[in-house]
Each structure stands twice: as structure tokens, then as C-alpha cells.
Write a protein that binds this ligand. Structure first.
Ligand SMILES: [Zn+2]
Length: 166
């Protein structure tokens, strides 16, 4: 009576029915019978839960899928979209700053007739001022937009950190 059923014997009894010696022990030992009944109840509950999950309406699993996709999309892809949008903005800003200086003098020339000597001198002066400003700024004009975006992203990241650890 001191040798109770091993875990293997109880599992065997649970799934395949007790063998002769185990059945004899179960007939005599209340402790082992209770253990077997407890495991049997756990197994039945698990089976019932699985049946209930399988019987859930199709809409439930569809909602689950959507929720999971939203969570994955929210954490990973949003960051990728930000990077892509930033790269596109930088590209547009660079293209604009490359084409802008060429367009301005052409427009003023066609509006006011042929360029005079003073106008040419003015545009030279304006160009020099622009170059000087660019040198003082330290950041090339083409990258200014990128700097602004970087600052904006930095600010957003800091704000998010503050929200997490107030
Ligand atoms: Zn026992």
C-alpha cells in the first residue's frame, strides 16, 4: 500500500485504462483514485475548452486575425513607413533645391525683357549672399529639409519617452 502508482502508471490509466496491477491498487488506494479523478477532470475541462474554441463563430477568428495584424502592423510597419516617407521628402527637397536656382533668373528675364548689367550684378550679389548664408548655416541647403525632419522625429521620440516614463 505504501507504493503508490507512478506518474507513468496514472497517465496510462488516464488514457488507456488501468492495467491489472494498477487497477487493483486503485481499488484499494483512495489517494491514487483521487489523483486519477483530478487529472481526469483537468483533461475533460481542457477538452471542453478546445471544443468551445473550435465552435466559435467565424467572425471571432476574423476579429482575432485583424487584432493581431493591427498589432504587428502598428509596431513594425509604421516605423518603416515613417522612414520611407522621410526618404521621399528628402528626395523631393533635394530635387527642388537643385532646380530652383536655375528657374528663378529665367522667369525674371522673360518678364522684364533682356537682363541689364545691373540686374546681372544684382543676381551675382544675391548668389554671393546665398553662398555666404549656406556656409554660415553649416548644413547644405539640400539637406535642410532632412535636418528639420530629423529634429521633428527626435522631438516625437522624446515626447514618447516622456509619456512612457512620466
Ligand atoms: Zn496509491
Amino acid at each position: 500500500m505504501t507504493d503508490h502508482l507512478t506518474d507513468e502508471q496514472i497517465t496510462e490509466a488516464l488514457f488507456n485504462g488501468a492495467r491489472e496491477s494498477a487497477a487493483a491498487h486503485l481499488g484499494d488506494c483512495e489517494q491514487c483514485r483521487e489523483e486519477l479523478n483530478r487529472l481526469c477532470a483537468v483533461l475533460t475541462a481542457a477538452r471542453r475548452q478546445a471544443d468551445a474554441d473550435a465552435a466559435r463563430p467565424h467572425g471571432f477568428w476574423h476579429q482575432q486575425r485583424l487584432a493581431i495584424r493591427e498589432r504587428i502592423w502598428g509596431t513594425q510597419t509604421r516605423g518603416f513607413l515613417w522612414a520611407a516617407a522621410t526618404a521621399a521628402l528628402v528626395l523631393v527637397a533635394m530635387l527642388l533645391s537643385l532646380t530652383e536656382p536655375a528657374r528663378e533668373p529665367l522667369a525674371s528675364n522673360s518678364d522684364q525683357g533682356p537682363a541689364t548689367v545691373s540686374q546681372a550684378a544684382d543676381s551675382d550679389h544675391a548668389l554671393l549672399v546665398e553662398v555666404e548664408r549656406s556656409v554660415r548655416r553649416g548644413v547644405p541647403r539640400a539637406l535642410e529639409a532632412a535636418t528639420l525632419i530629423a529634429q521633428e522625429l527626435q522631438r516625437a521620440t522624446e515626447a514618447r519617452k516622456e509619456q512612457r516614463n512620466p
